[in-house]
Each structure stands twice: as C-alpha cells, then as structure tokens.
Design a protein around this ligand. Structure first.
Ligand code: DGI
Ligand code: FE
Ligand code: FE
Length: 194
C-alpha cells in the first residue's frame, strides 16, 4: 500500500483538524508500538485508518451496519459516534485490500475497546486518547502511565470514558463496559471484589 496515496485520500475525506489528529495518533501509536514491542507497521496502518469513516453519511453507515452480518445491529440502538470504527474496518478491506484481522479489529474497537483486547487494540485505543492534541481531565496520569504500563493506561482511559459518559447521562455501549471490566481484572489480578 502506498502511504502517500492513502494520506491524500484521508485529507480529502477528513477535515483539516481530524486529519491532523490522525497524524498525531499515528505518531503516538508508532511510539507505543516501539515501547511495548508491537509491529510498528501494523500500528501505523491501523492508526492512519482509525477515523477513516468519521464523516461518512449516517444513512450510508446505517445501511452498511444493517446489511452486513459482521457488524452487530446493536450498534444501531446506540449513538452514531460508535459506528465509524466498525464501518471503517470493512471499508479498508474493500478499498485497500486490508485483510489483516488484527489491524481490522484495532480499528473496529478503537472507540469502545472490548474484552480481551490485543496489544494492537490497546495501542490504538490509547493513542487515540493520549495524542498530544487531546485535553481531558485525568489525561496527565494516563500519559505518564502509558510510558510504563500499556494495560494500566488503557484501564485508566476506559474508566475515564465510562465515567464521563455516565456523568453526561449518555448510554454506555456493552463493549465499553466489557473493556473496563476486563482491563480491571488484568490490572488488579481478577480478585473477587470485597
Ligand atoms: O473519533 P474520535 O473523536 O477520535 O474518538 P473516539 O472514536 O474514541 O470517540 C468518539 C466518541 O464516542 C466520543 O465522543 C465518546 C463516544 N463514546 C465512546 N464510548 C462510548 C461513546 N458513546 C456512547 N454513547 N457510548 C459509549 O460506550
Ligand atoms: Fe474515532
Ligand atoms: Fe480518533
């Protein structure tokens, strides 16, 4: 795949701000891959494509989800912000022939996370959260943790996201809860709550 062609495609599909976010996520993901010994090439491709469908028409995404058995219909009962990752995981196979399941999954789950996240899932989920353009409460702790413990940093990001959604009275997609619970058990050793 020619990265320069892909970047031109991204620049056309995304706003300037979103394109710049994508480049910052890509840099961050490559650094995390280096630190935590994951394929830098896979991190780069997954990061470049993670928001590929961010501005696709809602009608078109709805049709794609409803008609494709790989995308759960449950998505349609939740906020449309959750659609762009799963839809992108299909589009990049159609348009760029990307069949690598790890890359497709990291893109699919980048917004919510999931149970049993792969290392690449964690890298993309975290890079999207901590890229230098972001500014959330609690971000400094997540950024510091990301230098030494990938799973714990993802746990903090997942916890902050679930808490934020609840505070705003938004619904929480099941995979976001599954990510939170599973990362909690990975960090705290799966001890029974006391
Ligand atoms: O695409 P980005 O803006 O870079 O970031 P993203 O894909 O992580 O998140 C997009 C939005 O999705 C963000 O405003 C928070 C929201 N979101 C994340 N998890 C959930 C969620 N919204 C709902 N309703 N439920 C979730 O579980
Ligand atoms: Fe996104
Ligand atoms: Fe993003």
């Amino acid at each position: 795949m020619d990265i320069e062609t892909l970047k031109l495609d991204l620049e056309e599909r995304l706003t300037k701000g979103r394109y710049e976010h994508t480049l910052r996520v890509t840099d961050t993901a490559i650094k995390l891959a280096e630190t935590f010994r994951e394929s830098e090439e896979n991190a780069k491709i997954a990061a470049l494509f993670h928001d590929y469908c961010k501005y696709d028409s809602l009608e078109e995404m709805k049709q794609t989800i409803a008609s494709n058995s790989k995308l759960p219909d449950l998505l349609l009962s939740f906020h449309h912000e959750l659609w762009h990752g799963p839809v992108a995981s299909l589009r990049i196979e159609e348009k760029y022939g990307i069949t690598n399941q790890e890359i497709k999954d990291a893109i699919f789950f980048h917004t919510t996370g999931r149970s049993n996240m792969t290392k690449l899932d964690k890298i993309i989920f975290l890079a999207d959260y901590i890229e230098p353009g972001r500014d959330f409460p609690g971000l400094d702790e997540v950024r510091d943790t990301a230098k030494i413990d990938l799973t714990k940093a993802c746990y903090l990001a997942a916890k902050n996201t679930v808490r934020y959604l609840m505070e705003k009275n938004r619904t929480v997609y099941p995979d976001s809860f599954h990510a939170y619970n599973d990362l909690n058990q990975q960090v705290f050793g799966g001890m029974k709550d006391e």
